[in-house]
Write a protein that binds this ligand. Sequence first.
Ligand code: HEC
Length: 200
Amino acid sequence: MSSPEFDELRDHEYDGIKEFDNLPPGWWWSLWFASILFSLVYILYYHASVLGWTIEDKWSFARDSYYQRLFGELGTLDGDASTILEMSKDEKWMALGQGIFLANCAQCHKADGSGSTGPNLTDDHWINVKKVDDIYRVVSKGVAAKGMPEWSSRLGQNQRVLVAAYVSTLRDHPVAGKAAEGEPVPPWSAAPSEPVSSAR
Ligand code: HEC
């Protein structure tokens, strides 16, 4: 195939084997450029697409449909004390509650709940909370004047109940962090309080 002027022998020899000083063959160059082209297409497709093709898009799509499937199983949760306490004992739902907490709340309350901008949620002192369902109410309505956002417009009802239930478990493992603020609150109980099925 190759023309004779390319077939110049190089001057070294090993075990009787000599080699030509030729350029890599055409198929090799094609593979080389094809792999560069492929990597460009790959990066655009999986990492920078605006059309919803990226890994992140697929992940959030999968997560949303996972939530929908799970929440289908739950129905719509009430934000009352007994629902919150019941959810707080379920490992599966608390893993989800923790995920919601890490994604939305950790920036102000720290991943372990020990507080930075927002108060330490792992101690027995609370500012706005006397009963466990107050957590759900604070999460839903926020405390605008003090910098705690309302989450009704950003998290669904079930997400707010689950994250409130997760927060209610944090005091079981106090973490030294931001100094206690507010008043000491006795352990949660499911004692009925005023009806609060939908603080929005
Ligand atoms: C932008 C910062 C910020 C984010 C994000 C945030 N918080 Fe807060 N949070 C605060 C601040 C500040 C307070 C204190 C309000 C006060 O002093 O009355 C607070 C108070 C609270 C309280 C009441 C504590 C108490 O002692 O009364 C709870 C419960 C709470 N946050 C839960 C959450 C949850 C759950 C999320 C995520 C869905 C969240 N927060 C996200 C800043 C934040």
